[in-house]
Ligand binder design. Structure first.
Ligand SMILES: Cc1ncc(COP(=O)(O)O)c(C=O)c1O
Length: 396
């Protein structure tokens, strides 16, 4: 199947990717997968069966473009209850994972050369899409409380002064990917104020919010705004599984309509039926169970880092989510060593992969969601041994 010559036929912006099968190291801390053992397989099978018996014949129709209405109702209830958002099912469209929602917004709002702001380290999938659509991705300085408001203000001013249009700020305020912190209430308010003063919309990506196993929830940025300036995305990937490909976008009608023009058809109704039936009966019990498992894994990673890395690195202690952030002394080249570490059995992603400017070569994200707690401990011990044998602790 490789004889026809497609050279010259591809769209200019179609990237050349070498995306092969997902490779996994023996100890895989690279990708943020959830816990496989608590996936609610039996519950999903039962839910699917119940829902199909009830309304499976409706699969003969194409789904409505905004997606299965009862699931949108369920999401609206959840957002009102858990995120204090004043929304109804009509404000929501279902998407194939929240990644699709984010991509649709990027496509609907970005012309080549436009500036899109992100935290100084940002989820790779979003950064890739932003660049694919010609955006100039600019990171804003953060500390452990979130985006620094003065830095945000300065960055917007600098871009405006250079004659560039800032189309929106993309933020992951809860269990930030990859840094792991949660923005404080005060920082959320200040972020919104700064964006309001410049007329810049915010895209709040809240996909990790339910994975809290410690501490108190912080209300959504969206709940602090009633003007529609804050767009919001969420996902079923973290509370059920990425494989179900279900997420959602909350946005004013004008934005939903434009975003929908980049989507073909509605979302998978078959999956939506099962998810709605399952979550309506089991959502919070399942989230509790999953979070208990994640907490044990996080604790295993913290303990193993304490034992094997000691004072040779520092790391974050996230209250939820799927990863922590490791910082080695400046000058350590975790970016350059990433492939070697992978081939010796431990996968991680270096900080520079998440930085629009390529910073953070001495930093790495370590995901603890997928391996068992024992594997997490063994893997960190192995990583320390690999660093030792290759001189990484000695600053190579
Ligand atoms: C911050 C963030 N947003 C969005 C996504 C996309 O997730 P999905 O499309 O599975 O909902 C991810 C995936 O890991 C993520 O980390």
């Amino acid at each position: 199947m490789s004889e026809f010559n497609y050279q010259g036929l591809f769209a200019e912006r179609a990237p050349i990717t070498t995306r092969g099968a997902n490779r996994h190291a023996k100890y895989d801390f690279a990708v943020a997968y959830p816990d496989p053992d608590t996936l609610p397989l039996t519950g999903l099978v039962e839910a699917l069966s119940t829902a199909l018996e009830r309304e499976g014949r409706d699969l003969a129709y194409y789904p409505v473009s905004a997606g299965y209405p009862p699931l949108r109702e369920l999401v609206a209830d959840k957002l009102r209850r858990d995120r204090q958002m004043d929304v109804t099912a009509d404000d929501i469209i279902l998407t194939s994972g929240s990644g699709e929602a984010i991509n649709m917004l990027i496509q609907a709002m970005t012309d080549p050369g436009d500036v899109l702001l992100t935290e100084e380290y940002v989820y790779l999938g979003t950064m890739r899409q932003m660049r694919l659509w010609g955006a100039n991705v600019v990171g804003v300085k953060c500390d452990d409380d979130g985006i620094i408001p003065e830095a945000l203000d300065e960055t917007i001013r600098a871009q405006e002064a250079a004659g560039r249009r800032v189309k929106f700020l993309y933020t992951i305020p809860t269990f930030q990917n990859p840094l792991g912190w949660t923005a404080t209430l005060e920082r959320r308010q200040r972020m919104l104020e700064v964006c309001q003063s410049h007329g810049v919309p915010i895209l709040e990506d809240d996909c990790y919010v339910d994975l809290r196993f410690e501490g108190e929830d912080v209300t959504s940025i969206s709940s602090m705004d009633d003007s529609g300036q804050v767009l919001y995305t969420g996902s079923m990937s973290k509370i059920i599984a990425p494989g179900v490909r279900m997420g959602y976008l909350v946005a004013p009608e004008m934005v939903r309509e434009r975003a929908l023009s980049f989507k073909s058809g509605g979302v998978n109704q078959f999956a939506a039926l099962a998810i709605e039936e399952y979550l309506r009966n089991h959502m919070y019990d399942h989230i509790d169970e999953e979070n208990q498992a994640l907490r044990a894994k996080r604790d295993a990673m913290l303990a193993a880092l304490g034992e094997h890395f000691g004072n040779r690195a520092t790391w974050s202690k996230p209250e939820g989510g799927l990863y922590l952030w490791l910082t080695m002394p400046e000058g350590t080249d975790l970016a350059g060593f990433q492939d070697q570490s992978f081939s010796e059995g431990v996968g991680y992603y270096s900080g520079s992969m998440f930085s629009p400017e390529g910073n953070g070569r001495h930093m790495a994200r370590l995901c603890f969601g997928h391996p068992t707690a024992q594997t997490v401990s063994d893997g960190i011990a192995e990583l320390a041994a690999i660093f030792e044998r290759n001189g990484i602790f000695q600053g190579k």
